[in-house]
Every structure is written in structure tokens, then in C-alpha cells.
Design a binder for this molecule. Structure first.
Ligand code: DC
Length: 223
């Protein structure tokens, strides 16, 4: 069986992985895995106040979610049980709950095969926290993007505002710190650069500069 080329892009919340992932995948004509959206979809499916101790119920829910990703032009539509939830999953409240359900090992295990199935020809750009360490440990190219928490909060603020979603910068910064802490310290697949990942600090870089750097690495590794 021919090996599918995989580029993993990991990093903390608000670092710009999603934007870079879309640009790179479009340029290469590859598929995209937005793994955070799976945890967000689970958070949405689980309702407002899920019982986080009922891990088997959450794992079953994760395994049985009926989801569909539909690309039309530059936009990616995300559907849950036939309903378009592309906007609904992007709220901060859903992100916070996603980070909580993502800390449960049984949930991560339940979503593993779903994530691996995204690797299809001609190639995959996978965005998340543990793409290079756990989901695609054999990826040819692993990139880990970082930026200061303050810079990431500003970026997330702008992103939400641009989408017409209400946001508050100081609350976002506080939530980001909290989410970083939970995502980095959990025992199951914490946010971590793989040993063989190339780390890019994007604090003082524009999206364009990050994109150029990533494409240089892609050319070195995949040609
Ligand atoms: O990238 P995002 O903000 O959409 O991710 C939402 C949450 O999901 C994030 O706080 C942590 C979790 N997540 C994860 O644990 N592992 C991934 N591969 C992707 C996201």
C-alpha cells in the first residue's frame, strides 16, 4: 500500500494553525483534518452540562457522532446529524468544553480511528495538539507553531470579531491561559511538540511569513 504523505501542524489555541492549514492544503490540493473540530462537535453533542465523569457515555457519543465535512470553494462546512454547525462549534464556550472532554483518555481513543481515516491520497494536512505525537507519529513533516499567550488572545479576538461573534479580550486571555494549562498538563496526549517536530515561534510573524516558512519546509520534505 502506498504511504499517504502527511504534514502535521500542532500548537496551542489561537496560534493560527487553522489558517495556515487551510492555505497549505489549498496550495497542495491535499485533504484537511481539523482535529479540534471533532472535540468541539463532541462538546456540542454532549449538551450544556454534560456529566464529565460518565466517560463511557461520552466515548460512545464520540464514536457514534454523525458528522460530515463538506468543502465548497474556500469554505469548509461542518455538519452534525445533517445540521450545519460550522459557526456553533466556534464559540469560546464550546472550545472550553471541548478542552474538557478532550482530557478524557477514552474519548481520545474513540476519536483516533476517525482521525486516522482522514489520511487519503493525495495527502493530508492535520491540525491539532497531538497530530505529530499520537495520531500520525510517522508523518514525514511535523511542525509545531507557538506564540505568546497575549498575541494568541489578540488573534483569537480578531478572528471571532471578524466572524461576527461577540468577544472580550481580557476574558479571552484568561480562558486561553486556562485552556493552555489543561491541554498541556493532561496525562492523555498532552499538547506537546514531537521530538522530531520543527518549532516555529510565530509571535512576531505575519500569517504570510509563517505560510512562506511552512511551504519552504514542505518543499524540502515532500519533493
Ligand atoms: O483547536 P481547537 O481550539 O478547535 O481545539 C478545541 C479543543 O480541543 C482544545 O482546547 C483542545 C482539544 N484538542 C485536543 O485535545 N487535541 C487535538 N488534536 C485538537 C484539539
Amino acid at each position: 500500500m502506498t504511504k499517504i504523505p502527511v504534514l502535521t501542524l500542532d500548537g496551542p489555541s489561537g496560534v493560527g494553525k487553522g489558517t495556515i492549514c487551510l492555505l497549505v492544503a489549498k496550495k497542495l490540493g491535499w485533504h484537511i483534518l481539523d482535529s479540534g473540530s471533532l472535540y468541539r462537535l463532541l462538546a456540542l453533542s454532549a449538551g450544556d452540562e454534560p456529566d464529565l465523569d460518565n466517560v463511557s457515555q461520552l466515548a460512545d457519543l464520540a464514536r457514534d457522532m454523525q458528522i460530515e465535512y463538506v468543502t465548497s470553494g474556500d469554505a469548509l462546512g461542518i455538519y452534525l446529524r445533517g445540521k450545519n454547525v460550522s459557526q456553533a462549534i466556534r464559540t469560546e464556550a464550546t472550545g472550553v468544553l471541548a478542552s474538557k472532554v478532550a482530557a478524557i483518555p477514552e474519548v481520545r481513543q474513540a476519536l483516533l480511528d476517525k482521525q486516522k481515516a482522514f489520511a487519503r491520497a493525495p495527502g493530508l494536512v492535520a491540525d491539532g495538539r497531538d497530530m505529530g505525537t499520537t495520531v500520525f507519529p510517522d508523518a514525514e513533516l511535523k511542525i509545531f507553531l507557538t506564540a505568546s499567550a497575549e498575541e494568541r488572545a489578540k488573534r483569537r479576538y480578531k478572528q471571532l470579531k471578524d466572524k461576527g461573534i461577540d468577544a472580550n479580550l481580557s476574558q479571552l486571555t484568561a480562558e486561553l491561559h486556562e485552556r493552555d494549562e489543561r491541554d498541556s498538563t493532561r496525562s492523555a496526549s498532552p499538547l506537546l511538540a514531537a521530538d522530531d517536530a520543527i518549532v516555529i515561534d510565530t509571535t512576531n510573524l505575519s500569517i504570510e511569513q509563517v505560510y512562506v516558512r511552512v511551504m519552504q519546509l514542505v518543499e524540502q520534505h515532500f519533493s
